[in-house]
Design a protein around this ligand. Structure first.
Ligand code: URA
Ligand code: ZN
Length: 385
């Protein structure tokens, strides 16, 4: 293995709407859509409307940072990010018909491969291993009515595209969630291909939960992580991780509230003999099989997730000193979402998540370096060294 000149900063939660996808959104009248309006200053501006319950004529600002690779690289340079593992942003292909979704997934995967393959390499002054600055998560055509063969076929396509190292998926599956038995061949193919499955929310948990609060705050701060929590918990309860223990599942937003609720989950299972008898492990063990992005914005939360992951590892009988839970956490930014409201040198969403790592009192320098990039190199690039 070549010597490392300095630890890398790797962003594993960074989104794009590839130009082909942005055109798709522009052609639509319904959500999800991009539309252009004249703003109060008389200028034309693009707006993005993607959340199911938001008004169709407001949206949020959207611009080149979503589709222009140069803007992505510029953002990376501005924040000292050496490498990003890019994923299409929500809602992926969820709104397409089965026949359109397959072709579009294949096209977008080829586009993303090109986007990454033609990116610059990390300077050999920084790291001599020849990594590119951009890698990607591909898309699967996970829509109701599609044949599972077509999804598996797309896993095979991604496996052959050298700069794609995983897939990003929402929580809907074929319409019945990620615990749908019909998805078993897909999990099997992903496990064999050693692709990372990045589970990311989009739908939240329903607007009736939010009462009179109409902003994006509750859906994004709570709805998104609750959605991820429910999706992965259903997978655990359905035995997906028992049948596919080598799946490399990465959870958005540090696993939502599953880390906080895993002992309660274990207790509820223990009081239900039917569920308990069909699971191989104590519920807390499954948390040691998962990876978590470090997009939690706080040191206390990161330290807690690492502790819970470590406890999961020990439930699995893995007690190696180096396997201390921090190995399961990988830094990310969620770029280009959460842009600064006023011109600023650095994005708050980036700085906050880096400060959170820095501020964990119980982690030493090498653990912090691992969360900032070393773990990503091990998870995504171990086979390319
Ligand atoms: N808002 C979204 O819609 N998606 C993200 O990934 C982050 C914020
Ligand atoms: Zn995201």
């Amino acid at each position: 293995m070549a010597a490392r000149l300095r630890p890398l900063l790797v962003d594993i939660h960074s989104h794009v709407y590839l130009p082909r996808y942005a055109s798709l959104l522009r052609a639509r009248k319904d959500v999800p859509r991009i539309f252009t309006r004249t703003n109060a200053a008389g200028a034309q501006e693009d707006r993005l409307v993607i959340l199911t319950d938001e008004p169709t004529d407001q949206g949020r600002p959207v611009g080149p940072q979503y589709w222009d690779r140069q803007a992505k690289l510029q953002f990376m340079d501005q924040h000292g990010i050496d490498c990003s593992v890019i994923s299409s942003a929500n809602p992926w292909l969820d709104f397409l018909s089965a026949s359109d979704a397959y072709e579009t997934a294949q096209d977008l995967n080829r586009d993303l491969e090109e986007y990454c393959a033609t990116s610059p390499a990390i300077s050999s002054d920084v790291d001599p291993r020849g990594f590119k600055r951009l890698y990607g998560f591909g898309l699967l055509p996970l829509v109701p009515g599609i044949s599972v063969d077509k999804i598996v076929d797309t896993v095979r396509q991604i496996e052959k595209l050298p700069h794609l190292r995983g897939i990003i998926i929402g929580t809907r599956g074929l319409g019945d969630g990620l615990d749908d038995d019909a998805l078993d061949p897909v999990w099997e193919a992903l496990e064999k291909a050693r692709l990372v499955s990045f589970i990311h929310p989009h739908y939240g948990i329903g607007k009736e939960a939010w009462g009179k609060e109409q902003s994006h705050v509750l859906p994004l701060a709570l709805g998104f992580p609750f959605e991820t929590t429910i999706a992965i918990t259903r997978m655990i309860l359905a035995g997906v991780l028992d049948r596919h223990p080598n799946l490399r599942i990465l959870l958005a937003h540090s696993g939502g509230v599953l880390p906080q609720l895993s002992s309660r989950l274990a207790s509820c299972i223990a009081h239900d003999p039917v569920v308990a008898s069909r699971l191989r492990h104590d519920a807390r063990a499954y948390l040691g099989m998962l990876y978590y992005d470090a997009v939690a914005y706080g040191s206390a939360e990161l330290a807690f997730v690492a502790d819970v992951a470590k406890r999961g590892r020990s439930h699995l009988g893995i007690t190696t000193a180096s396997d201390d839970g921090t190995k399961r956490l990988l830094w990310g930014t969620d770029h280009p979402f959460f842009p600064p409201l006023e011109a600023s040198e650095k994005w708050r969403s980036v700085v906050d998540n880096l400060d959170a790592i820095d501020g964990v009192e119980t982690w030493n320098q090498s653990q912090k370096d691992a969360v900032r990039g070393g773990n990503a190199v091990d998870l995504f690039f171990a086979d390319s060294e």
